[in-house]
Design a binder for this molecule. Structure first.
Ligand code: ADP
Length: 293
């Protein structure tokens, strides 16, 4: 299944340009859509999920004209929105049956098989009769995946799924995502670089409604190899001095000291040591170049 997004633009009534002539091609894989808050990720995901229309552009999903044939898209789509809304005082078991009926799975035996399999896959079997309103954040997100997987979707969209999860829940959730079959396109929208690093063979970085970079994380890392240098400084003044003379990518506090990472074509000396590039370097460098433009 391939998704081709071409020239998508969207300006909200308040004048915010959320998508600016955005184009992306997404194949049969786990695709990471990485960008800061306000980048336009949800606007893009809601558009692909047929929940809102752009001002211009087109989207093709394996021959389906997404913007004009919404019914066909909804048949093959599983969607876990950023805000899943209120969790009712209904059990996961009952809710999944209810949603499966809404998706047109009328046969009770078929439905029961599907719902039970999903409850097992998402590790919710032992809690299946508990009210959803009592679920932890991680359980709610796993339930979100269970409902998104109803009726064997070909395209799954998960919007910021790990925000607010504790590390153990997040791990569990990412493992669940990675276990989704290979014949499915999964778009993982996130502002967390680690999510993409762990799961996605391809990704795009977006900011202010534009694509800054598209490709394999490994290729993006290679492009920075040998060009990232790091140094630890103690004071804010030293940090500010570095920021005026070098292309600073990020600064992290480590044990009260500032660890500064910079981009440089050649070794800058001055106490800097070469370090391996990581995906955060790719992300922050693209964002800072974009904001300087
Ligand atoms: P992200 O998911 O990357 O955080 P969004 O798509 O939610 O980005 O938002 C992109 C921009 O559009 C932001 O500036 C946001 O405030 C604005 N925006 C999003 N939805 C609406 C809306 N319904 N009306 C007006 N502005 C919106």
């Amino acid at each position: 299944m391939a998704l081709t997004i071409s020239g998508l633009s969207k300006t909200y009534p308040n004048g915010v340009k959320a998508l600016k002539n955005l184009s992306l091609t997404i194949g049969n894989e786990m695709f990471g859509l990485l960008g800061p808050n306000g980048a336009g990720k949800s606007s893009l995901m809601r558009t692909v999920a047929t929940l809102q229309d752009p001002d211009s552009g087109s989207i093709d999903l394996d021959g389906i004209d997404v913007l004009n044939d919404k019914t066909s898209v909804r048949r093959v789509l599983g969607y876990l929105p950023q805000e899943f809304g209120v969790y009712p005082k209904m059990s996961a078991l009952d809710m999944l049956h209810h949603l499966a009926i809404m998706k047109g799975i009328a046969n009770k035996t078929e439905r029961t098989q599907m719902v039970d399999a999903l409850l097992n896959q998402t590790n919710l079997w032992s809690s299946r009769k508990k009210s959803l309103s009592t679920y932890s954040g991680g359980m709610k997100q796993r339930f979100g995946i269970a409902q998104a997987l109803l009726a064997n979707p070909k395209l799954i969209i998960v919007d910021e799924p790990t925000a607010g999860l504790d590390p153990a829940e997040r791990n569990r959730f990412l493992n669940l995502l990675s276990s989704i079959g290979s014949n499915v396109t999964v778009i993982l929208s996130t502002h967390i670089v680690e999510d993409v690093r762990e799961l996605c063979p391809r990704m795009a970085i977006i900011a202010s409604g534009e694509v800054l970079l598209e490709g394999a994380p490994a290729e993006a890392l290679d492009a920075l190899a040998g060009k990232i240098y790091s140094k630890v400084v103690a004071t804010d003044d030293e940090l500010r001095a570095l920021e005026t003379s070098f292309d600073v990518i990020s600064t992290n506090l480590v044990g009260g000291l500032h660890e500064v990472r910079i981009f440089a074509d050649t070794n800058p000396g001055d106490g800097f040591k070469p370090v391996d590039s990581d995906l955060e370097d790719v992300y922050f460098l693209n964002l800072s170049r974009h904001s300087k433009n």
